[in-house]
Write a protein that binds this ligand. Structure first.
Ligand SMILES: [Zn+2]
Ligand SMILES: [Zn+2]
Length: 244
């Protein structure tokens, strides 16, 4: 089952459809028409196995094979159940409610007891395993219970400080970027990560700001930045004849 990171955050209950074999209700899984009984296999006397004994001198070899008359079942159905044609099993499509706990890890297996395939000869059903895959999120990466993302900001914003809207798993919130912020600085939003599986509290959201350098400038912008460079005493490339 594929789920989203938002589902990991909130927990989820979802109905899935599965196709499985169940014991035939008409014959209770025996394969014999109601009112009749399967009889013991005469070839193997109900054991389902045949012993072949071979003696060579001192040694005696016993080889055991599956009985071919009853195919190892030990019983033979003489009057087959009409409903399942003697197999004792019927295919059913079932809707099953799967409860996914908060904070579940990618690749986890959930076990649903007795929701699997029918047991042999009317026996109890096996279990159903649901493997959980957490889809890659568009914005966030997961690291245990923390979520990480990168947010670009302009170099003037990083220099002078600003307030930006940042995404969380429940909508956007405001984040203050102080003046003089360097690129790759990580801001921590406490408790905005994922819940701990079967535990209390949540991890954090970590936001890495990436300071963008402008690539295309109008002549006015270029003039302003060149002036700023001079003011800061930084050496920059200048087009010959453009600015003197
Ligand atoms: Zn049946
Ligand atoms: Zn047999």
């Amino acid at each position: 089952m594929e789920i989203t990171l938002e589902d990991v955050s909130s927990g989820l209950e979802k109905e899935i459809k599965i196709s499985r074999r169940e014991n035939c209700e008409v014959c209770n899984g025996s394969g014999a028409e109601p009112g009749t009984q399967p009889k013991q296999c005469p070839q193997c006397k109900g054991t389902g196995q045949i012993q072949h004994v071979r003696s060579t001198g001192f040694a005696r070899f016993v080889q055991i094979t599956t009985c071919n008359a009853c195919r190892g079942k030990g019983r033979i159905v003489e009057t087959e159940c009409q409903s399942c044609r003697g197999s004792g099993l019927v295919h059913k499509t079932r809707k099953i409610n799967v409860k996914i706990p908060k904070g579940i890890e990618n690749g986890s297996r959930l076990r649903l007891s007795r929701q699997g395939e029918a047991g042999k000869q009317g026996g109890p059903s096996g279990d159903l395993y649901v493997v959980i895959y957490v889809k890659q999120h568009k914005i966030f990466q997961r690291s245990d219970n923390n979520i990480l993302c990168e947010i670009p900001i302009g170099f003037t914003q990083a220099t002078l400080g600003t307030e930006i809207n940042v995404p969380t798993l429940n909508g956007k919130i405001k984040l203050r970027i102080p003046k003089g912020t360097q690129t790759h600085t990580i801001f921590r939003l406490k408790g905005k990560g994922l819940p701990r599986l079967h535990g209390y509290g949540r991890g954090n959201e970590l936001i890495k700001v990436i300071v963008r350098t402008p690539k295309k400038l109008t002549s006015k912008q270029k003039q302003l930045i060149t002036e700023l460079a001079k003011e800061l005493g930084e050496t920059v490339l200048e087009k010959k004849g453009f600015w003197k």
